[in-house]
Design a protein around this ligand. Sequence first.
Ligand SMILES: Cc1ncc(COP(=O)(O)O)c(C=O)c1O
Length: 522
Amino acid sequence: MLNRQGRPTAAGEAGTNAHPTFTGNKALAQIEPLIFEIGHHETTGVDLDEPEAFTPRLGGLERKEAIGLPGLSEPEAMRHYVRLSQMNYGIDTGLFPLGSCTMKHNARLNERMARLPGFSDVHPLQPVSTVRGALEVMDELSRYLVTLTNTTTVALSPKAGAHGELCGMMAIKAAIEAKGEGKTRNVVLVPDSAHGTNPATAALIGFTVRPVPARDDGWVHVDDVKKLLGPDVAAIMLTNPNTCGLFENQVVEIAKAIHDAGAYFYCDGANFNAIVGKARPGDLGIDAMHINLHKTFSTPHGGGGPGSGPVVLSARLAPFAPVPFITAENGVLTLVEQAKDATEQPFGRMTAFHGQMGMYVRALTYMLSHGSDGMKQASEDAVLNANYIRASLADLFSQPFGDKPCMHEVLFDDAWLKDTGVTTLDFAKAMIDEGYHPMTMYFPLVVHGAMLIEPTESESKASLDLFIAALRDLAMSAKKGETERFSGAPYHAPRRRLDETRAARTPVLKWTKPAPFAEAAE
Ligand SMILES: Cc1ncc(COP(=O)(O)O)c(C=O)c1O
């Protein structure tokens, strides 16, 4: 069925249109074409005066013709984006079980604080004397991060977890170079189960990655690490709790072995939300660790990054932190902006400015509103919720490392789907029909058909029970051979199953006018 724009309707695509409508809309489930398809070049939502005649000064580089942006009236533009947002799934619409991504509730109090004009209107080029309050926030946040991790300092400027990894590893590289070992120590150990950003970071700054092979219990073993150590090893990048949802039970021994070999311990702290208030990474021997503020301290997550991934550093690496950093001069906070004003500053700064003020305010609000007992309880509840799901599904789903307690996320494999004709991907698509965002699939790579579920502490028991019931119902359906429920899923989403391979191989990154539209527009 075609809608009034001549495009297939959502209902038509979904193939479940028992009662077709003229518009293609299904009551509140509205379809929405691309803005290019509904906009008109002659329409504008703003009323500006014609510019006065002027002489171009771009030396012939100025635009010669209209760029063809679609115009909409204000209500049309508003409706377009609101409708698009309603086709999306978010933490404010339902449980978001993505493991390793930690979609937890973003408290509205955080948002309110971040919108205070003194924070939201602050400009990075304002004189320091006019932003003392902002510096106080950054300083207080830094002190909490350092206290919770028992480290020496923190670099606030990295803009995401992966950027924090880069910062921490650059500090390690700088420290190695300062010891005159820059040419000899060029290997970084990375477990097979690591997030892809770990080896990518190490390779980006010129290290060779030496994998630590996965074991069938999900843990990294100190004996394996020792076998790979040598005078060429600069660091290990170890995630703790790891991507299999387990606390590395030999982490202290691994840290010792790494230090004895003259190397540094980078900890991927993406999963810090499982241990806040319970264990301090500094006590475990880490030298550098990034903290994804969006995962642990409830800042918004989306659009490819949280906008802030501070890195805590041990005393050994503190002198190699990038600028800018905050310091107190005669009791007044100020910023050290220039590398020459710091003791050791081999790589200067990570970003043009200091970081993401909005995230700092939100994270600090979360910390202050929870208090130390509340943050600890959030970690305990996150772990409890993951284990509740694990225990409630253990009879139907299979676990790659046996039925043992997990941290904040529970990992299943696809062994239980063997001979059902249903894959992890099919199962995830059927979850969409049940109104849930799928869990993380096929990660970590060391587990076949991985399904990584992280409920977070935000979910109530009632919400978890419904989620568990839905997953059990799907699992029993798969085991009963009701493959149709899975093979065509999602049946009820605005778009059906997309051809991900084609999308990846031949991505369409630019909109081109379809011929009939071009004719109609002329
Ligand atoms: C274990 C782990 N490390 C690193 C990262 C990278 O963090 P970010 O997405 O903030 O760059 C992630 C992100 O999901 C992760 O799960």
